[in-house]
Design a protein around this ligand. Structure first.
Ligand code: F6P
Length: 341
């Protein structure tokens, strides 16, 4: 049997741990040939492929990023994209494909599955916003990185009596903001799920200064002020139609400075949240997902995705996998709010 693997969408700590698990179990236990397609769906579109030996993957467990490269290529936005993929897979004698990605990559996997290509999906996103799985790997690492940054920002904010606004990733869901903000003792956590009142933020900031502490506000990149619009870096869209968010932190820092008269600064954590070595939790989750994806292929069960449910890894239909966005529920925000101001 010959199995292909690819990684699509934004990179994420733990991708290499999945690839390693797929290759080691596929080769050592099943005697498969495993090949990697480079740069997401670009690889199977163009035939950009490399063999993956056990030697290639032994050292990559702790390495961030993906040895296969990634892209946001959408084969359905390319002329004859799906047909080109089918012909490359036939040329390469690929029996099954393991696609590791978020909603876009897995959405393509599902559509290709309906056209007869045998695909198993592995979910990944630092945003942790896929409804079908309790957790995605990469999220824990991103939260650790953001929390460490917030810990450091507290001391410099205190020294300068400044408000610091920390902008973290989270396009439609504020999980990174919520967890890092709670772990880091933020004075406010602003998420895309609930529009925020600038007046309320100013009240929290002033209350915090009044107690002679410097406020740290954690804001997800997709958070919106009441009646406002998402802050975009520019008008560009990617192949899946997503705009580039970014800038709400600096907008809010200016508002806070104007309204309170206190110095305010914005810190954008950006891609540091996606880089570097995965945490132990993410390495284990990614490895378990890789092992279970191999089992699905071995069982001949396709158009499925592996998912964490409680402490077990299960298989669910790819159609359900990408359907539901997992957003932060009100009750989690209410818990966090106890500590605001
Ligand atoms: O992986 C998802 C994500 O982290 C979003 O939160 C963010 O908007 C996006 O990636 C940015 O990715 P890029 O800069 O690679 O397009």
């Amino acid at each position: 049997m010959r199995v292909g693997v690819l990684t699509g969408g934004g990179d994420c700590p733990g991708l290499n741990a999945v690839i390693r698990a797929v290759v080691l179990k596929g080769v050592n236990q099943h005697g498969w040939d495993v090949v990697g397609f480079r740069n997401g769906w670009q690889g199977p579109l163009t035939g950009d492929v490399r063999t993956l030996s056990t030697d290639d993957v032994e050292p990559i467990l702790t390495r961030g990023g993906t040895i296969l490269g990634s892209s946001r290529t959408n084969p359905y936005a390319v002329d004859d994209g799906p047909a080109r993929i089918a012909s490359v897979l036939a040329e390469q004698r690929i029996d099954a494909l393991i696609a590791i990605g978020g909603e876009d990559t897995l959405g393509v996997a599902h559509r290709l599955g309906k056209e007869g290509i045998d695909v198993v999906g592995v979910p990944k996103t630092i945003d942790n916003d896929l409804g079908a799985t309790d957790y995605t790997f990469g999220f824990d690492t991103a939260v650790h990185i953001a929390t460490e940054a917030i810990d450091r920002l507290h001391t410099t904010a205190e020294s300068h009596h400044r408000a610091l606004v920390v902008e973290v990733m989270g396009r439609h869901a504020g999980w990174i903001a919520l967890h890092s903000g709670m772990a880091g003792g933020a004075s406010a956590i602003l998420v895309p799920e609930r529009q925020f009142s600038v007046d309320q933020v100013v009240t929290w900031v002033e209350r915090r200064f009044h107690r002679e502490y410097a406020p740290i506000i954690v804001v997800a990149e997709g958070a919106l002020p009441e009646g406002g619009a998402e802050v975009l870096q520019n008008g560009e869209k990617d192949a899946f139609g997503h705009v580039r968010l970014g800038g709400v932190g600096s907008w809010l820092a200016d508002e806070i400075a104007t309204r309170t008269g206190k110095e305010s600064r914005a810190v954008v954590l950006g891609h540091t949240q996606r880089g570097g070595t995965p945490t132990a939790y993410d390495r284990v989750l990614a490895t378990r997902f890789g092992l279970q994806a191999v089992d699905a292929v071995a069982d001949g069960e396709f158009d499925v995705m592996v998912a964490l449910r409680g402490v077990g890894v299960e298989r669910i239909g790819l159609a359900d996998a990408v359907d539901v966005l997992k957003t932060v529920p009100e009750e989690r925000l209410a818990e966090a709010e106890v500590f605001f101001g």
